[in-house]
Design a binder for this molecule. Sequence first.
Ligand code: NAD
Length: 246
Amino acid sequence: MPGRLAGKTAVVTAAAQGIGEATARAFAAEEAQVWATDINTKKLSTLDNTHGIITRSCDVTDPKSITALIAETGAPDILFNCAGYVAIGTILDSTEEDWDFSFNLNVKSLFWMLRAYIPPMIANGGGSIVNMASLSSHLLGVPDRAAYTATKAAVIGITKSVAKDYLSDGIRVNAIAPATVETPSLEERIKASGNAEAARAAFIARQPMGRVGTPEEIAHLAVYLASDESSYTTGQVHVIDGAMSL
Ligand code: NAD
């Protein structure tokens, strides 16, 4: 049996760790040719020599970096926009820097990536774009995540708008909205809390399933959305949350 993504090429951002890395590996395991990208080239290099994966540096907030990437990748069949940052804080204690940094990385990066990649993907006959949102968005208010929640609601808005605009060009655009996932950035948030044990317990308690998700569980959903198996869905938010929103 050929892999579920056999014959397809994929570009994945933020692939050096966490969900992006797990997804790059899952895409390659399903026989896609994967361009795994990140700004952290040292960590990204752990993917070197993985069958089906080529690693490249790309800063999704820098249009020049994206232009250099696209010159190599050409038009992929799959684009997974995974890069994002979790700013902690309420609206009163987040800083203007938190706000600007978050919108630049989580939202404006999509402006650059989508403007760069959609025209060649259209010329190539279409493809599947997956954007990384979060349950923390218009879907659910999460305490201490004012800027983050706003950015991920914007990601979902962009997903819907772009899905409608390029529907007839064969481009599908979906968003993934996870609850808490065990990744290096989650570990940093736990450490930064000052009481790691209590913070971990609180993160786990948020999901009625009594655990956090794994990057591989999110990658399985990304494979489905990237593949032709999901050919009848576009513009949707796919929640994967251990029942947090139930
Ligand atoms: P992470 O936060 O542990 O790693 C993020 C990666 O992004 C790093 O490798 C980093 O080098 C890279 N990166 C940072 N700035 C970049 C830039 N300008 N250009 C390219 N790459 C850049 O990863 P994660 O926790 O798996 O999160 C990935 C995505 O999933 C994010 O968009 C995050 O908001 C979203 N998400 C995560 C969780 C969670 O609980 N971990 C839950 C919901 C949504």
